[in-house]
Design a protein around this ligand. Structure first.
Ligand code: BGC
Length: 260
């Protein structure tokens, strides 16, 4: 029997967000990008076809022929997108895994963007393998990933919980800070703090990790220290790259699993 070809440790991770599509090859053992990251603004309207073209551009830029992990800012169940709050609603019911694989001609794994960021933070960053960790990404929306002892409950979508008669992400996402011209202090204390209190009440996490662009040190320093939580609170150690890294990790695991 011939020996099976080794699965490369490097996998292309692509993070599709409400405002940008970012991608880079990732060394899945080190959790590090092995080449430049490309960022292309998310096309508007962000239909599956338009986003797929941008994904193709990133694949071509990297001359990539191997497996790809791709995040989607919506609920993803067995490769099918089930909700789309910050991208075009035509994503709902779209089998992203099947269509991307067919169009790009390589194995593709798709998952929720916050789940991907959370997986990367648990493996390489500020998330903890013991106890309950809640990873929140504050960007265009609020993404969430909940872990107990390192095991993910996928597609939690806590950004869509009701808060004060509104949807939590319409109160406390980073996009609302800019839209409503809020100071860092006002956004942290009046918007993020009460929403965090609701999450703490519901899930009693031991650790909370805040990801997204706001986890960059120059931004975190402006608001992170103002937040008061029972849980230990950290900015994402992988910053805004956590989604790319997590997507690549999950894609490599899927390839390994398919060969067993
Ligand atoms: C979506 C989530 C996503 C989050 C961050 C929310 O609007 O429903 O699936 O994780 O935005 O992108």
């Amino acid at each position: 029997m011939g020996k099976k070809k080794k699965v490369s440790r490097t996998v292309l991770g692509i993070d599709i967000g409400g405002s940008g599509v970012k991608g880079a090859p990732v060394h899945t053992k080190k959790g590090e990008l092995t080449d430049d990251r490309y960022r292309i603004p998310t096309p508007q309207p962000a239909t599956p076809e338009a986003v797929l073209e941008v994904v193709r551009q990133i694949v071509d830029e990297h001359k990539w022929r191997g497996p790809i992990g791709c995040t989607i800012p919506g609920r993803v169940i067995r490769g099918v997108v089930r909700t789309a709050a910050n991208i075009d609603e035509s994503w709902e019911g779209y089998n992203a895994r099947k269509r991307f694989k067919k169009e790009l001609g390589v194995p593709v794994t798709v998952l929720n963007d916050a789940d991907a960021a959370g997986i990367a933070e648990i493996r390489f960053g500020a998330g903890k393998k013991k106890g309950t960790t809640l990873v929140l990404t504050l960007g265009t929306g609020i993404g969430s990933a909940l872990f107990t002892d390192g095991v993910l409950v996928p597609n939690t979508e806590f950004g869509h919980l009701r808060f004060d008669h509104r949807i939590a992400e319409h109160v406390a996402a980073d996009s609302i800070r800019t839209k409503d011209h809020l100071s860092w202090e006002r956004w942290a204390t009046k918007r993020v703090q009460p929403v965090l209190e609701m999450y703490e009440f519901l899930f009693s996490p031991d650790t909370i990790v805040i990801g997204g662009g706001v986890s960059k040190p120059e931004r975190w320093d402006q608001f992170g220290p103002l937040l008061k939580t029972n849980a230990k609170l950290y900015p994402a150690a992988l910053g805004n790259q956590a989604g790319i890294v997590g997507a690549a990790l999950v894609a490599r695991e899927a390839v390994l699993k398919s060969r067993r």
